[in-house]
Design a protein around this ligand. Structure first.
Ligand code: PNS
Length: 158
């Protein structure tokens, strides 16, 4: 049984994330989308909102679940007997941070393997940050995020 976790902030979930999730769901037997806290970020959507968007996203998969966890990722993977960590890579600029995290997670939990998946090139410039900025100033974000995220933005921005 190949059990993987796909952790992140998902503030909010984008088509880029969904592209990675789709690939992971085809490679691994079970995938958990894990809503976490990155201490370097202030969040626009709270935990409940981010989880509820992830729950919408996974509806079409029978082997994907969504959860949230506040703590070290390796604690979660140990507790849930997960040995694969999936992260998406868009561009070289992501690499340094991802490499650092992968090594640190490996140092803390030697049997955890980080696997990087590439997003489709059409999503390679999308990030939650840039989508939040466009939405804040009233731009159309529907090409980059699912409908339920567009609605969540509208609700927040009024
Ligand atoms: O989407 P992000 O913000 O790039 O995701 C980063 C995240 C949340 C996966 C990372 O910050 C994380 O793993 N946070 C949980 C705490 C932890 O385990 N930190 C050590 C990482 S080496």
């Amino acid at each position: 049984m190949k059990r993987a976790v796909y952790p992140g902030s998902f503030d909010p979930i984008t088509f880029g994330h969904l592209d990675i999730l789709n690939r992971a769901s085809r490679i691994f037997d079970e995938v958990t989308v894990l809503i976490m806290n990155n201490i370097n970020k202030d969040y626009f959507f709270n935990w409940k909102e981010r989880l509820s968007m992830a729950k919408e996203a996974i509806k079409k998969y029978s082997n994907v679940k969504a959860e949230m966890f506040d703590g070290l990722l390796v604690e979660y993977t140990r507790k849930n007997e997960i040995t694969i960590l999936v992260r998406g890579l868009r561009a070289v600029s992501d690499f340094e941070y991802e490499l650092q995290m992968a090594h640190m997670n490996k140092a803390m939990c030697p049997n955890l393997e980080t696997v990087f998946l590439m997003t489709d090139s059409k999503y390679s410039f999308i990030s939650s940050t840039i989508v939040r900025e466009v939405a804040k100033f009233g731009g159309d974000v529907s090409p980059w995020v699912p409908e339920y995220v567009v609605r969540a933005f509208k609700k927040k921005h009024g």
